[in-house]
Design a protein around this ligand. Structure first.
Ligand SMILES: Cc1cc2nc3c(=O)[nH]c(=O)nc-3n(C[C@H](O)[C@H](O)[C@H](O)COP(=O)(O)OP(=O)(O)OC[C@H]3O[C@@H](n4cnc5c(N)ncnc54)[C@H](O)[C@@H]3O)c2cc1C
Length: 438
């Protein structure tokens, strides 16, 4: 299908953000009586879900130390909860378990969740955490855990199914999604707004606004929009770090074990919450080899074919070739041993699960900003950018906020993610988590 020569609203990227934006914008235009989904086109060089959204582990959680992230995530969970069937959302909850170094961060997160009305429970102290976990999973045996934040909202969604659910919602509002249309460049007007989106299938004149939601391809779009590869960053204490790379890539380590999914259930046979375990207890493989004696972490959830999850990502030093996405060689050779040892450390039902590890379509590269937090902002007078720094499958509600901004409203939830923060020093606080996204 060839895209039209002109469209009032052009959205680039048919991942979770581009599609959520298109869907919510269509609703905004219709309910305000100023247009409809027919005024919006979505362009994707592959097809819906071909990027990070279609490979994401799918974890939906609120556990963020940064107040702005936590508040935004609450709004996102609201969207997931609004139509669990269409979004293939499993509201099983989320459990974060941490070592003593993370205790204060998780307590602060819990206190904020209480203030904003996000349903969660805090358990502090090794014995009490152990008791809480054993009540859920009698074979729980993780060591070195002194704090547990049990979120009773959130959970996970099935990645590709949820993207297709969103695509259907877009189409039901009259939005057209053009697959196989690669954006090559932008042509600018004298006021620096984008006048034309140049694609392999011809040029499209932007009548009103352009939204770019390119996921891991953020660096390419950064360049297409004319921005430099490095930026100066003012820290909260006023120092300026010169020439920091705007984009770095991390390789997300994820995999799965093939077991009967129902073998991973709670004591009463219920669906288990997503579990995120960080601990400083030494980690050994089941045959006794030391994997690490430093802080380590894993996350895992029940999936369609077994148990799926991951561990800390690895930074990629060089520029990566993103296409085709995702590369099949993404997972570090040491990852399966580590992740399976960690599953066994957590629950005795996973003892000797290394033999059940499968090379599945898991793991992939994410693009992270200079401070590892998203940039949601106008980068040109008519170009809104959703550059989520790989936080964002769970952030299905960002598109709802962007839609409001595009029709002229202010979003207090998105404001803390403006690009200007790098110049002003209004950066987000940093936690003790070993992950770049917590
Ligand atoms: C392995 C992995 C696991 C993850 N797990 C989680 C998780 O559990 N929970 C969570 O919240 N987040 C997770 N994330 C992060 C999350 O997946 C991303 O932050 C989010 O999906 C990004 O969504 P997006 O819509 O911006 O981008 P994408 O889903 O990547 O969509 C971008 C789209 O843009 C298209 N595109 C690119 N270039 C062009 C071009 N030139 N012209 C036209 N189209 C173009 C691509 O084809 C793609 O479809 C994970 C990421 C990875 C890699």
């Amino acid at each position: 299908m060839t895209p039209p020569r002109t469209s009032p609203y052009v959205v680039v990227g048919a991942g979770i953000h581009g599609l959520s934006t298109a869907y919510h914008l269509a609703k905004e235009l219709r309910t305000r009586g100023v247009g409809s989904g027919a005024d919006i086109v979505v362009l994707d060089k592959s097809s819906p879900g071909a990027g990070a959204s279609g490979i994401a582990c799918g974890v939906v959680r609120n556990n963020y130390f940064q107040p702005a992230m936590s508040e935004l995530m609450q709004a996102c969970v609201e969207v997931w909860e609004s139509d669990p069937a269409a979004y293939h959302y499993n509201p099983v909850g989320y459990i974060a378990l941490g070592a003593s170094v993370q205790q204060d961060d998780l307590i602060a997160t819990y206190e904020r969740q209480e203030q904003i009305g996000y349903r969660s429970e805090l358990i502090v102290g090794a014995a009490d955490v152990d008791e809480h976990m054993k009540a859920l999973f009698p074979d729980w045996r993780a060591q070195g855990v002194t704090v547990c934040l049990h979120e009773h909202q959130g959970g996970f969604a099935f990645n590709m199914a949820s993207v297709l659910g969103l695509a259907e919602k877009c189409q039901s509002e009259g939005v057209t999604i053009y697959s196989g249309v690669e954006v090559r460049e932008f042509e600018f007007a004298s006021d620096d707004s984008v006048r034309t989106v140049v694609t392999e299938e011809g040029s499209i004149e932007v009548g009103e606004q352009l939204v770019v939601a390119p996921g891991p391809w953020a660096k390419q779009f950064w360049k297409l929009l004319g921005f430099p590869p490095t930026i100066d960053v003012r820290t909260p204490d006023g120092d300026v770090v010169k020439d920091r790379p705007m984009w770095t890539y991390w390789n997300l380590q994820e995999g799965e074990i093939h077991v009967d999914p129902l073998s991973f259930a709670t004591a009463d046979g219920g669906a288990p919450a997503v579990i995120h375990l960080d601990t400083d207890a030494p980690l050994y493989t089941d045959d006794g080899k030391l994997v690490t004696d430093e802080l380590w972490g894993i996350y895992f959830k029940r999936d369609r074919d077994g148990v799926q999850g991951g561990a800390s990502p690895l930074v990629v030093e060089e520029d990566v070739e993103l296409d085709p996405y995702p590369q099949t060689t993404n997972v570090d050779p040491g990852f399966p041993d580590m992740w399976c040892a960690a599953l066994s450390h957590a629950l005795s039902r996973f003892e000797d699960c290394r033999a059940l590890y499968r090379n599945a379509r898991s793991g992939g590269v994410g693009a992270f900003t200079a401070d590892n937090f998203p940039v949601f902002d106008y980068l040109k007078p008519n170009v809104y950018a959703i550059l989520d720094s790989n936080h964002g499958y769970k952030m299905i509600g960002v598109g709802r906020e962007v839609a409001k901004v595009v029709v002229g409203e202010h979003s207090t939830l998105l404001y803390p993610f403006r690009f200007e923060r790098f110049a002003t020093g209004d950066l987000h606080p940093v936690s003790h988590s070993p992950y770049p996204w917590s």
